[in-house]
Design a protein around this ligand. Structure first.
Ligand SMILES: O=P(O)(O)OC[C@H]1O[C@H](O[C@H]2O[C@H](CO)[C@@H](O)[C@H](O)[C@H]2O)[C@H](O)[C@@H](O)[C@@H]1O
Length: 284
């Protein structure tokens, strides 16, 4: 259930209060407070299912066309805009190359785009060969209908086009995780195997908001709930900080993500529309 009542509409003209608003709150209240603190605000976005509609083939995913311009404009009006994804940074670069002022975190933060280079968490690097082997083994041992996505430091096993195979994929994934000492991340019609390195979206956000007065996070999947938790945790220790958690509806993980969010938007297209409507609230 959404914790926010009301829709965006116009942002009322009343003077901004310095006091942090309390949850639940209306979208207008959240935007008004955010606009008053725009220069200390970060907007974080997940990619798949949030900026990009879900496709059967992960390689075919593209951002909603209108979102590119909106993100660039937003980045000029707030302190920072960042995409925090389970995709590799190289993939995110291929989709957002035109965005000069948007920060990119890949593989749940194991990779960061910094000064024109991909910086990888050193503790994860020894796992590259094991992940390459694992991807080959998955292709050989799992049914052909399972799409194996090799991401250098993780392997995603997709059953979107063969949902009846979910139990088999889950079982195989857990066996491999046990065999190799890997971690499992569940998601939308996918089981992902990751190195046993402490890094997740929650940790990216916890670090990313240390100097922020306000942050919004838009997510649709199980891994995004940790990012929501990070905003709540920051609010708990910093009485000035305001965090807004936005879910994007979907038939798979939507209920769980929405129940942890302040606001639920209907689709990636609705995210783009929401941001476009919100832009005038933030002075250029
Ligand atoms: O953190 P994200 O950017 O949201 O990445 C999460 C997973 O997204 C991708 O899989 C999801 O989207 C695919 C394309 O729409 C879809 O086919 C799949 O069913 C979804 O789970 C990506 O391929 C995965 O590697 C990410 O873990």
């Amino acid at each position: 259930m959404s914790r926010t009542a009301g829709t965006l509409g116009c942002v009322p003209e009343s003077p901004p209060s310095n006091a942090r608003p309390t949850h639940p709150l209306s979208v207008a209240e959240a935007l008004r407070f955010t606009a008053a603190r725009a220069r200390e605000t970060t907007f974080f976005f997940d990619f798949d299912g949030v900026l990009s509609p879900v496709t059967d083939d992960p390689d075919a995913s593209q951002p909603v066309p209108s979102v590119l311009g909106v993100l660039e404009q937003l980045a000029a009006r707030v302190a920072r805009v960042a995409i925090v994804s389970a995709r590799p940074v190289s993939f995110l670069r291929s989709r957002f190359e035109s965005l000069e002022h948007v920060d990119l975190y890949g593989l749940y933060g194991l990779e960061v785009w910094h000064d024109g280079d991909v910086v990888t968490e050193p503790a994860a690097l020894p796992w590259v060969p094991a992940m390459a082997d694992l991807a080959e083994r998955a292709k050989a041992e799992l049914p052909e209908a399972i799409l194996v996505e090799y991401k250098r430091l993780s392997v995603a096993l997709h059953y979107r086009t063969a949902p009846q195979l979910a139990p088999q994929v889950e079982r195989w994934g857990h066996e491999q995780a046990e065999r190799l000492g890997l971690r499992i991340q569940g998601g939308r019609m996918v089981v992902e195997l990751k190195p046993p390195v402490d890094q997740d979206k929650g940790m990216v956000i916890s670090e990313g908001v240390l100097n922020a007065g306000c942050a919004w996070y838009f997510g649709d999947d199980m891994s995004d709930i940790k990012a929501f938790d990070a905003l709540r945790a920051r609010e708990a220790v910093d009485p000035r900080f305001f965090g807004m958690c936005v879910a994007v509806a979907n038939p798979e993980t939507g209920a769980e993500v929405s129940s942890a969010a302040d606001l639920t938007l209907e689709s990636p297209e609705a995210v783009a529309g929401f941001l476009a409507d919100a832009l005038p609230a933030f002075a250029p």
